[in-house]
Write a protein that binds this ligand. Sequence first.
Ligand SMILES: [Zn+2]
Length: 455
Amino acid sequence: MRIARIANARVVTPEGTVEGDVTFEVPESRDQVGHILEVGSATSPVDQTFDARGAWVVPGGIDAHVHFGGFGTIPIADGFYRGSRAALAGGTTTVIDFVEPDGEESVSHALGRRLKDASVSAVDYMYRLVLTERYEQQINDLPLAERAGIHDFKLFTIYEGETLREDDLGFIFERLSDDPRRTFLVHAEDPDEIARLQAGHGDSTDFLELARTRPAESEERMARMLWRLVDETGVRLCIAHATTAGTMHLLDGPAPARGEFVAETCPHYLEFSEDALKGADGCLFTMTPPLRTAPDIEELWEKALAGRLIISTDHCPYSLSDKRGTTYQSVPCGVDGVWTRMAWLYSEGVQRRGMGMGTFVRLTSENAARFYGLYPHKGAISPSSDADLAVIGDDQWQVRIEDAPDALDYTIWEGKRLAGSIVRTYRGGSLAFDGERVLARPGSGRQIDKTRMDA
Ligand SMILES: [Zn+2]
């Protein structure tokens, strides 16, 4: 392989920031992955040098929660190719998506369908399997999923066909607790409380009802129940898109006796309050759980600034025509984020709130890499890690949908001024984004099997 160097940068490594260079392999064919060779000042000859002039170099982002294509009945506006282009332009080199059996669909059919979807990916990707109410059959198909590189799971406490009660969850955790490589990402909202509140409020075009009928306590009750199950079964569990102060307080309490209990949140929960649900554009800011209040936002920031969260996007955009003309119960829930996640956190966390770059790296890649078993192949700038690198500069810019590398027709981040931008992205040593154009080809992203990492 050829050798390249990013020079004169501020390189954020697990040991702290190093002023100097990152030297890495550049693959010459599609089946190769470039690795990092040297960090710090280097004098060995290289084939190409990029002078990063004081910019930061961080590990390529890991967005541990995206939905590219297929989920629910209304098609998501982003498929794997366009979504992966947005990821790369945003400094993200790895995403974790879902294989979700639909209704009676078998695991093997869902797997085939989703692997086909991902065949055009330009970003590296990993899959987790959604276990639905048909989990007993699905668990019998685990060897199949594992052979296909899937060792992680998504569970829901709510949603038709997917509602798993405490007894179901306990059963699944017990059955699957024998392999510590497995992880569980759980959507935590109380189905009974929400059904009761929605029946009482009726349907309407007031999108604040989304927040009123899916209250903070509903998430917190499920989060506490999940903590107990982790304590009993010793599984490794992440609360998906945590939104509330109460869930954050759970992280301050005692750790479970066994297993691991962590939480993920998303940029939109750190940026917007439920006020965004008011008015005619309220429908555009709909996702579940819903946006919360200012005190919740402050608690989320406190945990973020302490480096205690995984920040993923739950990227799941819909088109304007799908969002408009709906009610709070019929609107397709989900928003975009994969393009802006890293530049936004650099701007709002590092530039505006004094977050250290070590913390920035933990939130955008390292914590996810550790939890999902990818570290230090990914999530670290160290010799022999994959050469997944994002170069971040201090240029100011304003988010505009017409500049987005995926062809969405709106973004919740429209007009947001960011004090930082992605200068370049390298995926496995290949230049995937040059600051203006995405260079990575469809299909150049690789599926990751954490049990078969090569470095
Ligand atoms: Zn999701």
